[in-house]
Write a protein that binds this ligand. Structure first.
Ligand code: HEC
Length: 460
């Protein structure tokens, strides 16, 4: 027995032997209030609140497992591949603390350590907007069934050209709205589609059903809206419709949603704002193929500042990677998503815009799993999948928001991008009309197209 004494002594002296297990009041509540309750509180998108000890204790093991697997908080971008604003990520120490607390039986701890419940800002996060656009009537959602993707035109109050530096989406019914994208339509198509529908909203899944003249903003639960520098404000030209695409997740009850959009006006921009769309529409995935790779690349025709990125695919994609190959040979990773989930598609904004010199090659590589082992595969048995906007189709797109030194640079930048898009389409036998929605019409139609600055926001 004597032989073991030193070991006993050592373990008895180690801090973990003395330290009491973490408690909810002292150790866990601060983590939940900081990283979880933005969504896990009454009336928000998450299915249950995580505010009190009772809320958390009865799910302690589930919380421990989803935080360890990094499923929660939802944040898809891998660290080290793009330094993004508003990153939601627990530290290894926080994850370990939750594990220990759950293992110890989820103790509440000393009531003296209890924190006040967190306060949440009510109202517009960017301050009172200059203009508020609200859905003309509420969208009616069935109690259950598949998720709904609805598009509608927001009525405008002003009819003149405006510039905006802040766009804040406010869901009318937060339990229901899973994500939203805000497009500009200068073709009148969305209006026609909406007029033919019962409640003014029409079904739309992978895109809004028209080729957007720009994208104003994106929203997902927990997103923080940002004010752009007035230098690169976005234009909403007269006669352009603002179109919302909303992803609704049925709640089990018949529900209504009437969401709105707050616009913060700006003086006219001095810098050019443009988008680079990386895409490859040669997608043909055979049923059962567990690892189908799609690549695409473009060369940046002049120096740009990259401020945001939004990768897009449907349900079969598993991995997404976009890298910048700089002319000096360095490779800058722009984003890497290792377990893509269509329900958590983010619009990622860099903490600091990245300088990409002329000649930088942007390379996209996405992987798809069309086997029955992919839990997101909606077809059983799997079927052949090709490019398209419908649920049964796939896409391989990344939208990159860039700033050019002056507005005068935008037309030539677009022209050069357009030539590359055409080059990539020609060998495939596709026409420019096959460009993915999201590619600026001016970029497709050429100098005859409308020459308003490309107005995509990638916010998060
Ligand atoms: C951005 C919003 C958001 C944040 C932040 C968030 N959650 Fe969630 N959570 C959800 C939603 C929505 C669901 C429902 C499942 C889904 O849609 O992915 C969910 C589901 C869960 C579940 C149930 C998982 C299951 O398999 O049933 C747990 C447990 C959970 N969250 C814990 C947490 C914890 C712990 C945190 C913080 C560390 C957190 N969540 C942060 C939105 C969020």
């Amino acid at each position: 027995m004597r032989r073991f004494a030193p070991f006993l002594l050592i373990s008895a002296l180690s801090p973990s032997a003395f330290s009491a297990p973490p408690t909810f009041n002292r150790d866990i509540a601060p983590i939940l209030y900081r990283h979880c309750t933005a969504c896990h509180r009454p009336g928000e998108v998450a299915p249950f609140p995580l505010l009190t000890h009772r809320d958390a204790a009865k799910r302690a093991r589930l919380i421990a497992s989803v935080t360890q697997a990094r499923i929660m908080p939802p944040w898809k971008a891998e660290p080290g591949h793009g330094d993004f604003a508003g990153e939601r990520r627990l530290t290894p120490v926080e994850i370990e603390r939750i594990q220990k607390w759950a293992r110890a039986g989820a103790p509440e701890g000393d009531p003296q350590h209890r924190l006040p419940l967190p306060a949440f800002p009510d109202g517009w996060q960017l301050g009172q907007p200059d203009e508020v656009l609200t859905m003309a009537s509420a969208v009616q959602l069935p109690p259950d069934g598949p998720d709904q993707f609805r598009c509608l035109v927001l009525p405008r109050n002003a009819v003149s050209d405006i510039f905006v530096r802040g766009v804040e989406f406010r869901p009318g019914n937060r339990r229901l709205v899973h994500h939203a994208l805000v497009f500009l339509d200068s073709s009148g198509t969305a209006r026609k589609l909406a007029a033919g529908s019962q409640d003014g909203s029409y079904a739309c899944f992978g895109g809004p059903g028209f080729r957007p003249a720009g994208m104003l903003a994106g929203w997902a639960p927990g997103a923080t809206p940002v004010l752009d520098p007035p230098d690169w404000a976005q234009a909403i030209p007269e006669g352009t419709d603002v179109v919302l695409q909303v992803h609704y997740h049925p709640t089990g009850k018949r529900e209504l949603d009437q969401s709105s959009l707050g616009l913060t006006y700006s003086t006219p921009p001095t810098k050019g704002r443009a988008a680079i769309t990386l895409f490859n529409r040669r997608i043909d995935i055979l049923p059962g193929d567990p690892h189908y790779v799609v690549r695409a690349s473009v060369v940046v025709p002049r120096d740009v500042e990259l401020f945001g990125i939004a990768p897009h695919a449907h349900y079969l994609a598993t991995q997404m990677k976009v890298d910048a190959h700089l002319p000096d040979g360095t490779i800058t990773p722009l984003i890497w998503i290792r377990d893509w989930d269509f329900n958590w598609q983010g619009q990622y904004r860099y903490k600091q815009p990245l300088h990409l010199p002329k000649g930088t090659r942007l390379a996209l590589e996405y992987v798809y799993d069309n086997s029955k082992n992919n839990p997101h595969n909606s077809a059983d048995p799997p079927v052949r999948v090709t490019w398209g906007e419908e649920t049964r189709n796939e896409m391989a797109v990344a939208f990159l928001g860039v700033v050019l030194p002056s507005i005068a640079d935008v037309p030539s930048f677009r022209r050069e991008m357009r030539l590359q898009y055409l080059d990539s389409l020609l060998p495939t036998g596709f026409s420019p009309d096959d460009l993915p929605t999201g590619v600026q019409p001016a970029a497709v139609k050429g100098p005859g197209g409308k020459s308003t600055p490309r107005t995509r926001t990638v916010s998060k």
